[in-house]
Design a binder for this molecule. Structure first.
Ligand code: ADP
Length: 542
């Protein structure tokens, strides 16, 4: 009786030790070590089935190196076979023993049972020839195996839970959308990488803060939507609210975000927090605003010349009037100019739609840029008015450039038209260039109203026009620079602007030179261009 109590106490202690462990491999090593100890064995192994209906494999051993585990597979099959005899087991054990040269002379095997299902097998060997395992040994080992099965199952469940949580964490972390998880008091508990990129807040800073502080969307009148009308406040019905609005990121960018909330329930069914998916839809927002602008700008732009043409045509053909030649010519000239403007606008629009369709074919060939620039400049100078001076600044031996001449004509003509349009006081307008390595750098500079830094990127957007008195009174659809930029990008180039308000603007781009080979000792015509080599007049620097 005393012996029994001692055994039970011992079993209890080791069960506690193994169930306290959650790491699978540590549990298995402890189990097999104790199993061998309980029945005074010398060697031992545990086999488990990783998945239902799969084979059993050795997963831990005592006194048997891992390199030998495969040798026990035939023995495992015999031990698990429903009607294998003790002799079969002994024989299989002996085969393994012979292969390994180990004294595995006695064998006892007991299943790890969980809800009547065999999940594994404990096998213990003794080295001594004449000390067979007794029925008591079996009872003791089975009592232990029952505890061990629970410990193994716990470790398995724990392992699965950890894996699952790592998988979920990875899914959240790698999600393309921003994901944040809020607790029942709207504090951020999870903040993925996409959220960091979207908001400029680091995870360390964001976690623990109220979401309104981090992702405070703005209402149209500049209030914090999350504070004045938190979309989750109406959480009673557990619907999936969506909130949209502009937010200023930690690093000062303005982004238009769409947040979808999935409320979660606490165990007592009350509001337990929410999972928020956050998406940056700035591009779509701008696009839809641009579409609206498009319709109003284009209809206005088309209507104005049509109205002028109609007005003049109607006046000139009045049956009761007898116009002299000069009046007739003036009127017809205006009709022709306005028709040209309509034509330009329509071809710009066509190019925009080709661009959107991804087909703006280029016909690349060498051409003389100074000649092209001069021709365009003359055309524009003819209608620009006496307050303007035009200057062409190319070295006489400026090399040929390679590009689509028709498209580059469009770029220069848009830049020059703008230079005139946005210089209400007139001034000097220069077109020039210099070569640098195998590239030609080309600029168009004016002394007009200039462009504030915050608008310098946006002027290249479709339909974007800087707000101001002048823009309101000058014609324009906000397409010229967008097209110019797209054309240059198709050439592998880029249009850049340098400007300060009130001090003019200079647009610069580059094109490849045809053969850039200077004779030895030759000097570049204008080595560093207009940006400060002293070769340009002060007025060129902005
Ligand atoms: P548009 O001239 O038809 O409005 P653009 O795309 O050519 O369209 O130009 C976009 C905006 O950039 C203009 O509305 C104007 O506000 C600004 N801009 C362009 N060129 C100049 C310039 N040379 N000087 C000052 N502002 C300019």
């Amino acid at each position: 009786m005393d012996e029994r109590l001692k055994q039970r106490d011992y079993l209890l202690r080791i069960s506690k030790a193994i169930t306290a462990q959650l790491d699978m491999q540590a549990v298995l090593s402890l189990v097999i070590e104790y199993a061998v100890e309980i029945v005074a064995g010398n060697y031992g192994l545990i086999a488990l089935q990783q998945q239902q209906d799969e084979e059993f494999h050795v997963v831990a051993s005592y006194n048997l190196p891992q390199t030998n585990w495969a040798t026990f597979e035939p023995l495992l099959r015999v031990l698990l076979a429903p009607n294998a005899s003790a002799d079969d087991s002994m024989w299989a054990a002996r085969t393994a023993a012979d292969t390994l040269g180990l004294p595995l002379r006695q064998v006892v095997a007991l299943p790890l049972l969980l809800a009547n299902t065999v999940i594994g097998l404990i096998v213990v060997f003794r080295a001594a020839l004449n000390v067979a395992f007794t029925a008591d040994d079996r009872v003791l080992l089975q009592a232990f195996a029952d505890q061990a099965a629970v410990a193994v199952q716990n470790a398995r469940l724990y392992e699965r839970a950890v894996r699952e949580s790592e998988r979920l964490h990875a899914i959240i972390e790698e999600a393309a959308d921003g994901v944040m998880i809020l607790d029942s008091r709207w504090r951020i508990t999870t903040f993925n990488r996409a959220m960091e990129l979207l908001t400029g807040w680091s995870r360390e800073e964001a976690i623990g803060r109220p979401c309104a502080e981090v992702v405070g969307l703005q209402t149209p009148n500049g209030e914090n939507l999350c504070l004045v009308a938190c979309p989750l406040q109406a959480r009673a019905d557990m619907s999936h609210p969506i909130a949209e609005g502009w937010m200023t990121t930690r690093d000062g960018r303005k982004r238009y975000l769409q947040t979808r909330y999935s409320p979660t329930r606490a165990p007592d069914r009350t509001f337990g927090g929410a999972i928020a998916n956050v998406r940056d839809i700035t591009a779509q927002k701008n696009e839809s605003e641009q579409q609206l602008t498009f319709v109003s700008v284009i209809s206005h732009e088309l209507k104005t010349p049509v109205a002028i043409i109609k007005g003049y045509a109607g006046t000139l053909r009045r049956p009761d009037a007898n116009w002299d030649r000069v009046t007739l010519d003036d009127g017809l000239q205006i009709i022709e100019d306005e028709a040209d403007r309509l034509n330009d606008l329509i071809s710009n629009l066509l190019d925009v739609s080709r661009l959107q369709a991804g087909s703006l074919p280029l016909i690349m060939a060498p051409f003389a840029l100074p000649t092209l620039a001069e021709r365009i400049m003359q055309g524009i100078a003819a209608t620009a008015g006496p307050e303007f001076t035009f200057e062409l600044r190319f070295a006489a031996d400026f090399p040929l450039v390679v590009g689509d001449e028709d498209r580059i004509r469009m770029v220069l003509s848009n830049l020059l038209t703008n230079a005139v349009k946005y210089s209400p006081q007139g001034g000097t307008i220069r077109v020039g260039g210099w070569s640098e390595g195998d590239q030609a750098l080309v600029y168009v500079a004016d002394q007009g109203i200039g462009i504030a830094r915050e608008n310098q990127e946006r002027i290249f957007e479709r339909f974007y026009r800087v707000e101001g008195k002048l823009t309101r009174t000058t014609q324009g659809a906000g397409l010229g620079l967008y097209l110019a930029q797209a054309i240059l990008q198709a050439h592998g180039s880029r249009l850049a602007v340098e400007s300060q308000p009130g001090r003019g603007a200079r647009f610069v781009f580059h094109l490849p030179l045809e053969h850039h080979q200077l004779p030895e000792g030759a000097v570049e015509p204008e080595t560093s261009g207009p940006l400060g080599d002293g070769s340009m007049e002060e007025a060129d620097r902005v």
